[in-house]
Design a protein around this ligand. Sequence first.
Ligand SMILES: N=CN[C@@H](CCC(=O)O)C(=O)O
Ligand SMILES: [Zn+2]
Length: 418
Amino acid sequence: MYADLLIHSAQLMATLRGYSDGPACGEGMSEIGLIEDGAVAIREGKIVAVGTTEEVRAGGWAGPDTRQISALGKVVTPGFVDPHTHVLYAGSRENELSLKLKGVPYLEILKQGGGILSTVRSTKLATDEEIKAQTSRRLRTMLSMGTTTVEAKSGYGLMVEEELRALRLIHELDGEQAVDLVSTFMGAHAVPPGYSEEEFTNYIVDVMLPQVAVEDLAEFCDVFCEPGVFSLESSERILVKAKELNFKLKMHADELASAGGAELAAKLGVISADHLLQASDEGIAALARQGVIAVLLPATSFNLAKNSYARAREMIRAGVPVALATDSNPGSSPTESMPLVITLACLYLRLTPEEALAGCTINAAHAIGRANQVGSLEVGKQGDVLILDIPNLNYLPYHFGSNPVETVIKRGKVVWGD
Ligand SMILES: N=CN[C@@H](CCC(=O)O)C(=O)O
Ligand SMILES: [Zn+2]
């Protein structure tokens, strides 16, 4: 039995092995299974051998039809997993830049009917084909920068038919392009005009969640828990109902104000709590106790230009598993780039390159319930592999603003690069 693909002679291969049953935390985030002169063999889309080039060659995986790629002088990693995006939408919001530069706060723009509500309008006006074409372009950009699995939230529909449409489009796109998508229902993204927070929470609980569940369109349910958007009480009602309906849970928590979001996330046993810029000490301790993954979004902090970042070092010290994501969306983080997120995570969250890599591979996979399939280079996992044209790991955050990704392999097939 020969492999279909053999990548060999990597200067350095980061396998992220050993964390498929639970995310890396504490010092584990620095122990990322490095192999010098590494090789990985893939057959029928799955990894069949990982080790040094000598070990993998000795396994007899290279046959006459095996495609062989040399990664000499380069770094090989698992495909990046982006565990928090709002990638499905139509339109853009560069018109809000001048408001932002004048210092108008993000939630004030939303209150004036802009922000998320502006994207709700442009998405509603677009046809399915337009939304899919714009989203596919973004997914292609993500792929070109090494992202092979993406979590995608609804939340620019708000009304039930529009939310169901968004989730159906996510499912269609999942089958139509190379990046794997994991869907999250986020009807609780903003309160639309004409509703009070309580009325809209009732609508989500009584109308939207049951329909999304019946159509089996989303694996996760997420809520923008933030004073002025969805309170702790509304968020809890929505997430408790979602749990009853067998959704796995996520939360946007403590992004703009410290308001007990992390504590609620721990109480509800969510898989991940995201943003967390303003998480309290007690909130961080509670996340650690419950094993909740902190999905940190440094590109959002950067783009909101408030010079305020999540306290990642405290989180890691407390034992909270940390993952990283782009938060790709048209307002607070209009980017598709995981390499940029890695640079920002190192410079402003003070992660080491090893920790950042754990954050956007295996821990990100845990944050979306896919650690049994992706996030590490281990036998039996999906053959999602990157060849980075960099000589060592420090180079990854160091050379920012350019794309380090030379080749992207998805399920054993080259989908980007040579
Ligand atoms: N914070 C709420 N939602 C998104 C922003 C979405 C938007 O601005 O369109 C976020 O995670 O940053
Ligand atoms: Zn978000």
